[in-house]
Design a protein around this ligand. Structure first.
Ligand SMILES: Nc1ncnc2c1ncn2[C@@H]1O[C@H](COP(=O)(O)OP(=O)(O)O)[C@@H](O)[C@H]1O
Ligand SMILES: [Mg+2]
Length: 197
């Protein structure tokens, strides 16, 4: 906060050409077109994201690098459509696998989250429910997306998700307070990747 200056610094998308392996006719996986996000404050609009364009093909990774307050989190939350007032997406398109996320109704967007797009926040540890075992929190996300499986299948799936982020299977039965900060961060990654977005 505290930045009433209307013109914010532009977010720079550093895109490495070397890891671009799209074939000539491939559609981009994610395309952000001229995205503008403002925070409407009493002092006027804080232009947190001003005209971001970004194209990402399957298998590519992009790192956004910028000083604190330059709009990285705002952009990530915009892609998840998790921005809350006073934030407002003023203009632009966010096309994921051919669909403009900004045009989906709330229910379709709810399903797209985790299924197609997921966010691991810096404070992932705070997102865990303190009174639920790790496995039950991950299962919650799967059930919420219509997955009905046997306990055994869920257990196998959770073990492989945990293993994938370098955690042992016994973490599944633990509560958040039994984990270190780094382990909780890994659980956040496992949860975010549960549906292979
Ligand atoms: N709720 C808010 N109200 C007003 N301005 C905000 C709000 N949240 C963020 N901002 C402003 O938006 C800009 C971008 O913030 P943010 O996306 O959090 O940056 P970053 O993640 O790169 O540190 C900053 O100038 C910040 O002060
Ligand atoms: Mg941030």
């Amino acid at each position: 906060m505290g930045q009433s200056a209307p013109e914010k610094e532009r977010l720079m998308a550093q895109q490495s050409q070397s890891n671009r392996y799209q074939s000539s006719n491939a559609e981009p996986l994610l395309e952000i077109k001229d995205l503008h996000v403002h925070y409407e404050t009493a002092d006027g609009a804080v232009k947190a994201v001003s005209g971001v364009n970004l194209t990402l093909y399957e298998g590519e990774r992009v790192a956004l690098v910028g000083e604190s307050g330059c709009g990285k989190t705002t952009l990530a939350l915009a892609i998840m459509r998790l921005l809350k007032p006073p934030a407002r997406i003023v203009q632009g398109e966010i096309i994921l696998a051919g669909r403009d996320l900004l045009k989906l109704d709330e229910e379709k967007m709810r399903l797209a989250r985790l299924q197609d797009v997921a966010l691991v926040t810096q404070a992932a540890m705070n997102a865990l429910n303190p009174v639920m075992r790790i496995k039950d929190q991950i299962i919650d996300g799967l059930v919420d997306h219509g997955y009905e499986e046997t306990k055994t299948t869920f257990r196998k799936r959770i073990h492989s998700l945990l293993e994938h982020v370098g955690l042992k299977a016994n973490v599944a039965r633990m509560f958040p307070h039994e984990l270190s900060g780094g382990m909780k961060q890994r659980v956040g990654m496992a949860t975010a990747s549960a549906l292979q977005p």
